[in-house]
Design a protein around this ligand. Structure first.
Ligand code: A2P
Length: 260
């Protein structure tokens, strides 16, 4: 599709899957001219009579995929998600043509292991990155960590890791080198507690069979709640991790997950 007169791509929903009453995933057709780096976000909205309301959404599909995938929260009374949660295949979605973001390989220094640490819908950009062949060229070991309130909220992560290990392009590498860590904070599961607590206690790295986090070898991407990002940074910065950006790569990069 081409840009409409208001500067949007008008795309079609192809698939919707509801995971819980708070979370759903959807796919839309991809504008042929939309180029992005795995891990970036795009401004997304619904057609409306007035000016469309847009929100930043991380693209969960990799840059080579022919469609675009998103993972969204449903916020009761949220100006966009209250309507967005009702979309069906065939409905129209608006996208701004420009993508951006800091959860990209270019913003990280070279390292041995990549840790992608998320809460809630913050896993979305990491689903894109774990399906990108460049990730396995740059890192020996790739860890995707997801913490949610309940086990049902972790399902998208399990499905995405399984799909990645089955992927014709990266499946073989992912089977050997992609590790998944999942924890819940308000329900029992294999690993229980906030990721901050699990990093501090050593349980996080120990259960993955990896050495404790160190800035000489490890690179960290954080995405999810603001409070989680702040607290994980506060844990790691005294150990020598420093925040990077596209203009100056570092050992941690962060992005807040979309809400509202
Ligand atoms: P908790 O249940 O203890 O609040 P939400 O569903 O509110 O977006 O939160 C997603 C996950 O992020 C929850 O498991 C939540 O844990 C966790 N979380 C919230 N604040 C922090 C924080 N400051 N540090 C680490 N994890 C957090």
């Amino acid at each position: 599709m081409t840009l409409n007169s208001n500067g949007f791509f008008a795309e079609r929903v192809t698939d919707v899957q509801h995971y819980t009453d708070r979370l759903f995933r959807f796919r839309v057709t991809r504008p042929q001219s939309l180029r992005f780096r795995s891990g970036e976000f795009v401004m997304l909205g619904l057609p409306s009579e007035g000016k469309p309301l847009l929100r930043a959404y991380s693209i969960a599909s990799p840059s080579w995929d022919e469609g675009l995938e998103f993972f969204s929260i449903k916020v009761p009374g949220g100006p966009l998600t209250e309507k967005l949660q009702n979309i069906k295949p065939g409905d129209e979605i608006l996208l701004r043509p420009k993508t951006t973001g800091t959860l990209v390989h270019d913003a990280l220094l070279p390292g041995k292991r990549l840790f992608m640490i998320s809460t809630g819908t913050g896993i979305a950009p990491f689903v894109s990155i774990m399906r990108d062949p460049e990730t396995y060229e740059r890192f020996e070991t790739v860890v995707v960590s997801h913490t949610c309130r309940t086990r049902a909220e972790l399902q998208y992560g399990f499905d995405s890791v399984a799909a990645t290990k089955d992927d014709p392009l990266v499946g073989e590498e992912a089977q050997k080198r992609l590790l998944h860590f999942a924890s819940t904070t308000r329900e029992e599961s294999t690993h229980q507690g906030r990721i901050t607590k699990l990093i501090e206690s050593g349980e996080f790295c120990r259960s993955l069979g990896l050495p404790q986090l160190n800035p000489a070898e490890d690179r960290i991407m954080l995405c999810g709640s603001m409070a989680m990002i702040k607290d994980v940074k506060a844990l790691l910065e005294p150990q020598g991790f420093s925040e990077g950006a596209n203009s100056e790569p570092g050992s941690i990069v962060v992005e807040r997950a979309f809400v509202g």
